[in-house]
Structures are given as C-alpha cells and as structure tokens.
Design a protein around this ligand. Structure first.
Ligand SMILES: Cc1ncc(COP(=O)(O)O)c(C=O)c1O
Length: 383
C-alpha cells in the first residue's frame, strides 16, 4: 500500500467488537484476570493498553521498524531510550540537538555516571575522532534544528556499528512520511509526537521505534519499569492526527518552500536555513535519504532589531516553542526552544538574537508571505 492508504489502513482502522471506525479509547487502569496465574495480553495499563498498542504498532509500521513504544512526552521517550545506557558508557550527541535533550544529557544523566560529547555529526571526520572504546551510541537529529544541518545517516550507521555503538535518531522534524532512519541503518528512532505526528497543538506525546528484538525487549522493560507511558486518550489523539499525516506534510512543505524562497530574496534576511532550497549546503545529501524537506525553516535577519520586529509584529504565527502544528508558529530559539543550551555553546553554534525559526502551518502560503512582508515593513499587526 502507498502512504495515504497505509495511514488509514493500519490494521487498527476498525474495532473488531463493534465495527467502530476509530480505535476505542480504553480508558482503564486494570484488567480482570480470567484465569489467574495464566498469561493474558493485558493486566495493567502501565504494562500495556489496547489504545496505546494500536499507536505503537502503527508507528512501528510507519517507521519501517519492528517495535514501537509510546511515552508521555518526547522527552519521556528520549529519557527512556537513554536508560538503555549505563554507568561508564559514553554517548556522542549532535551539537545542535533540541535544548531539552541537551538538558537531560548535561544535567540529569551525568548524575548516573555516563559521559557525553557534543559534536557536529554532519562532519564525519570530527565524528570519527569523537569515538572512545566505551562509546555506546551516537544520538542525532537530521536536519538539526534550528540550523538545519544535514547528517549522512548511512555513513554514521556504518561508522557507529563498526565501533559497536548504536545510532539513535530524533526524527521529529521529518516524520516517517519524509524520512525513515531505521531503513538507512539507525537502530532507534525517537519522536516528539507532540509535533507533526499528532499535528494539532492538543497533546504532549512521545514515541520510540526500534528495529531489533533484543533492544525492543530492553526498551519494553524500561517502559514498564520506568513507567513514563502515554495515556489512552492521548494515544488516540496521536492516532487520529497520524491519519492525515500525508496531506498535512505535503501542505506544510509546499508552504515552507514558498516562504523560504521568498525570504531568500529579501534584503533584510542574511541567510535562510531550509534543506528544500537547492542553495542549502546539505540539499543533495538530504534528498539522498529523505523524500521531502518538511515544514520547518529558520532564517537569520541582518539585524537583531528586524528579528525582534518580525517576532513581535507578525500577525499569523503564534509565538510558541513548538513546531509541526496546523497553525504557523514562530520562535526565537535563543530565547525559547534552545534557551537551555549553555550560552557559550549557543553562541558558538550561531543561535543568537538574529535567528528566527518558523514552523509553516497550513494557512495559504500567500497569506503567510504577506504577513511577513508587513511585519518586515514595520506594520504593527502583532497579537
Ligand atoms: C526535535 C525535538 N525533539 C524532542 C522534543 C521534546 O518533545 P516533548 O516536548 O514532546 O517532550 C522536542 C520538543 O520541542 C523537539 O522539538
């Protein structure tokens, strides 16, 4: 089946008991044990819940991997995956990963005794030099965000596997519709399902998908033991959002392409970061491993004043830390999503007060452009 069909015929499109065309929300904590002492699929919803399972199986199918796990947030998914590692292990992480991931890697997990190095994973020489004998994983985002650097997933998988390390990819920005890292050699994919997968600014959720059965058993153990599971109602919201993933992602991309091309021609804009533009340095590599560029872009204004002006005066986008929603969202990463990066680290990366990130929503691209133009002209249309 092709994508639009697969999203609607996941194996969970109908309730076999009633014929209902939506997975029922099993809002339940405990299940009656019909024959005590004998195995049955569900006993307690932390260990397993039918609505959550429908989402987990759907995500495993979409990512082309074997086993899906749904968590209470993207950070719960990421932190649960990090629980696969132990005292004495070393992890290499991308240097411009999401600020919340940077925060747990620098301020929480080191308490339990593992080391982290931050490296530009797009630079394979630097990445190769960062391995130690005790390196157990490479953790990355491609495109990274907000700077949209592209990492060669096939090359990193080869490098890491030759050194006995796993590859973990945060695929939030691309979604499996555009990019499936497990098919390119990664071992684990994580998502903030809060973003494009659910898509409607109405739920906080996370997902992890792993290819290999042994890793799946370990992550399943952690999911149940650590307990940061996604509730049934929220699992249902992500399932509902995912049904329209293809049409939303196509439209997000059409809008982002138009906005990026328009911004690239503006004198107030110094640089546009969007892998869909053929001028983007990672454009070719990106399209060798993904089928689209998604709906997220960043741009650096010539002056901090114009960045502030666009942030304050645009009328359509909400000023919000999130991305991947039906509504356009604008943010200043230095002050919002990436504020938890150490200041000197942020500066080295170029995440400063001239950089804005725009998650292009499903509004008409012409309206988004007209709004940005008015904001750049200085018209006060802000909320
Ligand atoms: C790329 C990326 N990964 C992970 C997360 C964390 O997800 P959540 O906010 O659902 O915990 C975010 C949230 O902004 C994100 O943008």
């Amino acid at each position: 089946m092709r994508w639009a069909t697969r999203l609607l015929h996941t194996g969970h499109e109908m309730d076999p008991a009633t014929g209902a065309l939506s997975v029922p929300v099993y809002q339940v904590s405990s299940f009656h044990q019909f024959s005590p002492g004998q195995e049955q699929e569900y006993d307690y919803s932390r260990s397993g819940n039918p609505t959550r399972k429908a989402l987990e199986e759907t995500m495993a199918d979409l990512e082309g991997g074997g086993h899906g796990f749904a968590f209470a947030s993207g950070m719960a998914a990421i932190s649960s995956v990090l629980c696969l590692f132990s005292q004495g292990d070393h992890i290499i992480a991308g240097e411009d990963i999401y600020g919340g991931t940077y925060r747990v890697l620098t301020r929480l997990f080191p308490r339990f005794g593992f080391d982290v190095s931050f490296v530009d994973t797009a630079d394979l020489e630097k990445l190769t030099a960062a391995f130690y004998p005790h390196t157990r994983a490479v953790y990355l985002e491609t495109p990274s965000n907000p700077l949209m650097r592209i990492t060669d997933l096939r090359a990193v998988a080869e490098l890491a596997h030759a050194r006995g390390a796993l590859v973990v990819v945060d695929n939030t920005v691309m979604t499996p519709y555009f990019q499936r890292p497990l098919e390119l050699g990664a071992d684990i994919v994580v998502h903030s399902a809060t973003k494009y997968l659910a898509g409607h600014s109405d739920v906080i959720a996370g997902v992890a998908v792993v290819r290999e059965a042994g890793l799946a058993r370990e992550l399943g153990f952690i999911q149940n033991a650590f307990g940061a599971v996604l509730g049934p109602q929220d699992s249902w919201l992500v399932l509902r959002g995912a049904k329209t993933l293809k049409v939303r992602m196509e439209q997000h991309q059409t809008g982002a392409m138009a906005v990026a091309a328009w911004l690239a021609g503006r004198p107030e804009v110094e640089e546009v970061y969007y892998p869909g533009l053929s001028s983007h340095p990672g454009h070719e590599l990106h399209f060798s491993q993904a089928s689209g560029a998604s709906g997220l872009l960043s741009f650096r204004l010539v002056t901090a004043e114009s960045a502030q002006q666009v942030l304050a005066r645009s009328r359509l986008p909400f000023r919000a830390v999130s991305l991947g929603s039906v509504e356009s969202l604008i943010s200043m990463p230095a002050r919002m999503s990436h504020a938890s990066l150490a200041e000197e680290h942020r500066h080295r990366l170029g995440i400063d007060s001239r950089l804005l990130r725009y998650s292009v929503g499903l509004e008409e691209p012409e309206d988004i452009i007209a709004d940005l133009e008015a904001a750049l002209r200085g018209e006060d249309r802000g909320r």
